[in-house]
Design a protein around this ligand. Sequence first.
Ligand SMILES: Nc1ncnc2c1ncn2[C@@H]1O[C@H](COP(=O)(O)OP(=O)(O)OP(=O)(O)O)[C@@H](O)[C@H]1O
Ligand SMILES: [Mg+2]
Length: 346
Amino acid sequence: MFRKKKKVLGLDIGSSQTKMVELSAGKSKSLVNYGISKVLPDAIVEGEIIDREAVLDSIRTLVEGKGFTTKDVVIGLAGRDVIIKRITMDRMSESDTREQIKWEAEQYVPFDINEVTLDFDVVNPHFGENQQEVILVAAKNELINNLVSLLKELNLNPIVVDTTAFAVQNVYEYNYTSVPDEIVCLIHIGAGMTVMNVIKGGSSLSARDVYYGVNAYISKLQKEVGFNFEDAANAAKGTVPVGASEDSVHGVFESFVGDLGTHIERSLQFLSSVTGEDKVSRMYLSGGGSLVPNLLEYLKRRLGVPIELLNPFKNITYDPTIFTPDGVEVVGPILAQAVGLALRGE
Ligand SMILES: Nc1ncnc2c1ncn2[C@@H]1O[C@H](COP(=O)(O)OP(=O)(O)OP(=O)(O)O)[C@@H](O)[C@H]1O
Ligand SMILES: [Mg+2]
């Protein structure tokens, strides 16, 4: 999962929209092409593909509509069937670590070890006297196999499987200078899921997903204000339908961000209990949910930490007209994971 390959497409299969990004080959990157395509509601629920045809359609629309020609694809995984853990184990060579990791993983992975694909990255080769720190990733084979067969059906060739948390981290590291010892929290808010990753000095301390995102806001607006899905989704973006009560939308907003804030606070408590570190100095938000009007300001006030939107194109060149009409400020955070995946290419 951690190895680099030649030029690739970054494909983020989200539950509300699929995103695809192609970057130039070589060291300094430019944006060649991107696309965003809707997925039918409920086609993907809690990371599981329920309606395979709907997902196929969405990816096909992207590839054909946007004329992507590269076939090698990097995909990102998140959810219940993916485990990311920073572990310590005896220091040994990389090849011995590869041999040993299965036995280590057994203590940390709550699934049958014969039904998962494992990978690792040595993030700190010198820990204590004779230990090393390793990030272990385990993903259920069933999840990977389903996605691989889906992509093969579209004549795409999946070459690397990554995780959402690391793809977003990859984007952060490519674009921002990290201060050693500073703890940064990356929060990727999607439609159905929010992925959090606490990093220090360029490596992940701990990552965690919660099944809470903009969908919760949209369905609350449907239930409590009586909007249909489309009006509710527009209201979540700040466009309240004519004649609707701004006050009731605001009430639902308060309840949504309140719950999201509680999820984030709990996750931060959990993450600090795992890492022993509790001073997050900065946070970066990405994912479509980061664009909900006033959400960032609310979290800033509630958590008392500086928070910014993550710009995945800060160090990537692009023709500004490529983002017309929405602009990079809107499209950028939505593409964060797909850019992080595309950066796995060389
Ligand atoms: N400009 C915007 N303002 C507010 N909300 C937005 C905006 N653009 C998209 N969203 C919302 O963000 C969500 C889409 O974001 P994103 O593409 O990150 O989610 P996803 O990857 O499909 O979901 P998940 O990762 O949870 O499966 C949708 O719920 C959409 O309504
Ligand atoms: Mg997503």
